[in-house]
Every structure is written in structure tokens, then in C-alpha cells.
Ligand binder design. Structure first.
Ligand SMILES: Nc1ncnc2c1ncn2[C@@H]1O[C@H](COP(=O)(O)OP(=O)(O)OP(=O)(O)O)[C@@H](O)[C@H]1O
Ligand SMILES: [Mg+2]
Length: 315
């Protein structure tokens, strides 16, 4: 079972409009609402892959109740922690040419009691979890050290932790030795304070995160593929993608693929790549099912092309 933690989940509402025009009253055609948040996405991908997942998340107000209902419809067990504030609603405006304009809400302010209860709620469910995936930004009221504390206290209960966050929340948690961290190229560059121009730069940066405490680093490099640096070695992989439809949630699908394949070594990296590649070929944040995967399109090697220039370098 993969337990996910989403401290700042959302209801993602998408309106389709003919054209986005500032200052105008826009009439939406279709509109849809999806459960959102990075950990929720990982749970959706794990469930789509046919594995058991439990999503731990704070929920508040009628928006929170709707979020729980949608998760249930997706076949995801949700452990909702009732909070005083209301779950946020993020709004996306989609135009026919594929342009997506997003307004993300801040989300509720969590009290110190709610922050503590959330950690306890994760701990109490960690016994039958193969992995705990802690994902996304922290809501207001949670200190940047909150993930660090969560890692320390759930590690003590024997669970393995995957962490996908950025900035000070990531940096602070490294010293508690998360089992794997999953930065994208931008988050990796930010964590080490250097630009990334080549695969070798990403390998060096991943090594630095390991020196700071991460046991393994799964770095996703967008169209350039993925890198896994752990105690057993360094592996690099790519996956052929005929046509990209939407990269929204591709990183979350990758992390899910990595964890359901065991969360360690080159085979898990190959699964991460297969899931990322499948996700970008699906619309919106749709998550791949096993029939969407094309393992033959994936190549993983221990012979890392260190000099290869990134097609999407981070300045
Ligand atoms: N343009 C692309 N072409 C081919 N594969 C892609 C592309 N974008 C993403 N992928 C695949 O998906 C994986 C994850 O993508 P990316 O590095 O963009 O994650 P991310 O920024 O964490 O995404 P998010 O947080 O939005 O889920 C990549 O490593 C790659 O396997
Ligand atoms: Mg990501």
C-alpha cells in the first residue's frame, strides 16, 4: 500500500472558454472538477495502476466534502482530517488551442493543533504502508520544518519516505534522511543554487542532495528523461514519446510508477519513466492505466551520458 500525504489539497475546477479576454464576462462551455494536489495525484496514479493507496489530507468546508466524494469515486481511500478552514479551489481556464491559465488559491491556514494531528494521522496509518509519499507545498500555518518532523517521526515507526517538495521545505527535510526525494530540474537547481546545463550537472546536484541527507534522488528532467542516484549507483533513462498532450501531473505519475515498482534501483527508474511518458500522452492530469504503458519505449543505462546537454536547461 502506498500512503500519500497532501498537506494542501485542492478541488481543481476547469472552465473551457472560446478565448480568454481580460475584463470580459466569459461564458464557459464545459466545466469539470477534479481532485487536486500532488499527493492526491500520486494516489490517483497508484489507483489507476491497480494498487492500493490511502490519501491522508486535511479537508474543510463543503469543498472538502466534495473532494472526499471525488476521491471515493476514483477508488481512493481517503483519510480526511477535518480542519476549520475550507479546502481551496483552484481555477483553470482552458482555451481551444490548449492554453491553460490557472489561478491557484492559498488554501486554509492550519492551526498548530491541526498540524500536529496531521502528523499523528499519518503515523497511525503508516504500519501497513510500503511507502509514504509526502508531496507538494505546505499550507499556511505549517513551518518549513513540518516535512522534516513528519519524516523523523514516521521513520521512527519504520516506514520508507518519498518526498516531493521544493525550496526550504525540501532543504529542511534532507537532514532527516528521506529514502527518496523527487525534484524536477528546476527544483534540483534551486536546491543546490546552481544552473543545470547538462545531465552531468544534474548528477552532481543529485549527489549534493545525497550528501545533505537524501538516501536516493530521483530527478525528473522533463523531456530529457530521469536520473536515479542512490547507494548502489547512478542510472539515467529516457522514454520515447510520440506526441506530448499534457505534462500536468507527469512528475506525480512518475513517482507513483517508481514506488509501485519497489522504489529502488534501475527497474523502479524504468517504471517511473514508463509512467511519466504515458502520462504526458494523456489529456490534462489523467493518470495512466497499465494498458497505457509502453515499457519497450524506455531505455535505462548505468552508463550515464554526463556531457549530454539538457534540451530544457535551468538557467
Ligand atoms: N515533454 C516531454 N516529453 C517526454 N517526456 C516527458 C515530457 N515532460 C515530462 N515527461 C516525462 O515525465 C517525467 C516527469 O516530468 P517532469 O520532470 O516535467 O516532472 P514535474 O515537473 O515534477 O511534473 P509535475 O510536478 O507537474 O507532475 C519526465 O521525467 C519524463 O519521463
Ligand atoms: Mg513535480
Amino acid at each position: 500500500m502506498i500512503l500519500t500525504v497532501t498537506p494542501n489539497p485542492s478541488l481543481d475546477r476547469t472552465y473551457e472558454v472560446p478565448r480568454l479576454e481580460r475584463g470580459a464576462v466569459l461564458r464557459a462551455g464545459a466545466d469539470r472538477v477534479d481532485p487536486g494536489g500532488k499527493g492526491v495525484n500520486v494516489s490517483r496514479a497508484v489507483a489507476a495502476a491497480g494498487h492500493r493507496t490511502v490519501a491522508v489530507l486535511p479537508v474543510g468546508g463543503p469543498e472538502g466534502a466534495l473532494l472526499l466524494r471525488l476521491l471515493h469515486e476514483y477508488g481512493i481511500e481517503a483519510a480526511g482530517l477535518p480542519v476549520g478552514g475550507s479546502t481551496r479551489v483552484n481555477v483553470a481556464v482552458a482555451e481551444p488551442d490548449g492554453t491553460l491559465t490557472k489561478v491557484n488559491a492559498a488554501g486554509p491556514l492550519l492551526t498548530a493543533d491541526e498540524a500536529e494531528t496531521l502528523i499523528q494521522s499519518v503515523r497511525s496509518r503508516s504500519a501497513d504502508a510500503d511507502w509514504i509519499a509526502c508531496c507538494g507545498s505546505l499550507p499556511r500555518g505549517l513551518a518549513p520544518e513540518w516535512y522534516a518532523e513528519l519524516v523523523a517521526r514516521t521513520h521512527a515507526a519504520g516506514a520508507r519516505i518519498a518526498l516531493d517538495t521544493s525550496g526550504p521545505a525540501l532543504t529542511a527535510a534532507l537532514r532527516e534522511r528521506p529514502d527518496v526525494v523527487k525534484p524536477n530540474a528546476e527544483e534540483l537547481a534551486q536546491a543546490v543554487g546552481r544552473p543545470l546545463a547538462t545531465v552531468g550537472d544534474a548528477v552532481a546536484a543529485a549527489g549534493e542532495l545525497r550528501a545533505l541527507g537524501a538516501r536516493a534522488v530521483l530527478a525528473s528532467l522533463g523531456a530529457d528523461g530521469q536520473l536515479l542516484v542512490d547507494a548502489s549507483g547512478t542510472y539515467f533513462g529516457t522514454a520515447r514519446v510520440p506526441a506530448v498532450r499534457s505534462n500536468v501531473g507527469a512528475g506525480d505519475a512518475s513517482l507513483a510508477g517508481f514506488l509501485i515498482a519497489g522504489g529502488t534501483g534501475p527497474e523502479a527508474l524504468a517504471s517511473a519513466l514508463a509512467h511519466g511518458a504515458a502520462a504526458v500522452q494523456l489529456p490534462g492530469s489523467a493518470m495512466p492505466t497499465p494498458s497505457d504503458l509502453d515499457p519497450a519505449a524506455v531505455t535505462v543505462t548505468g552508463d550515464v551520458p554526463l556531457d549530454r546537454a539538457l534540451t530544457e536547461p535551468v538557467p
